[in-house]
Unconditional design. Structure first.
Ligand SMILES: [Zn+2]
Length: 207
């Protein structure tokens, strides 16, 4: 099976995330995550997210993160404070975490350095950074996930952080289209990457 490490489409091979404090469809995904991004954040939303996680032990956290594009909606300092609350809650509840990070690499790495999380229980989704950043995240035991928009050299990212996996970030609802994008992503990785991806999935969700 080709595992999709980050999508918004509930398929049996996907780690499915939300961004608006809702839970993904029940039973139809490989792993379900509920998240909340800064542009959709409200006090009630965060309460709902925490209550969902508290009530469903199989639910993970994602996607949550920092995004410079949303600074007019929520300043970066506030994004950082809120993200820390969310991460601390998930770590306390022993959940895996899918991170979203757009133009905020430095503050995100600073946050990760302060946190005491289980190795490989955090996945940096949509990674689009340099091999140097990938190396820094390897030292922190963070999994990197690479989507269709990644423009760099996957080989050099893999060399810097062997814990790198494919994702689609697919937001549509067409099974065939999703499969095609997922297959294309795996083609960008070394041959037989499927086994490696399955091992990383086990590490991520502690199975
Ligand atoms: Zn996403």
């Amino acid at each position: 099976m080709l595992i999709d490490f980050h999508s918004h489409f509930s398929s049996p091979d996907s780690i499915v995330c939300t961004a608006d404090a809702s839970a993904p469809d029940r039973d139809s995904a490989l792993l379900r995550c509920a998240g909340l991004l800064p542009d959709k954040w409200t006090v009630q939303g965060q309460e709902q997210l925490f209550s969902l996680l508290a009530r469903n032990s199989g639910l993970q956290l994602g996607e949550v993160g920092l995004d410079r594009r949303f600074e007019s909606i929520m300043p970066m300092d506030r994004q950082i404070t809120i993200l820390k609350q969310e991460l601390e809650f998930a770590i306390l509840k022993e959940r895996s975490i899918s991170l979203h990070c757009v133009h905020a690499t430095k503050p995100m790495i600073d946050i990760l350095k302060e946190l005491d999380f289980r190795p490989y229980s955090i996945l940096w989704h949509g990674f689009n950074g340099s091999p140097e950043t990938a190396r820094e995240l390897a030292k922190l035991n963070v999994i990197l996930s690479i989507g269709p928009r990644f423009s760099g050299n996957i080989e050099s990212i893999l060399h810097s952080n062997p814990y790198t996996v494919p994702e689609t970030d697919y937001e549509g609802s067409n099974n065939l289209e999703h499969q095609k994008i997922l297959e294309n992503q795996y083609h960008r990785f070394p041959e037989d990457y499927q086994d490696q991806a399955e091992k990383m999935f086990s590490l991520f969700c502690h199975q």
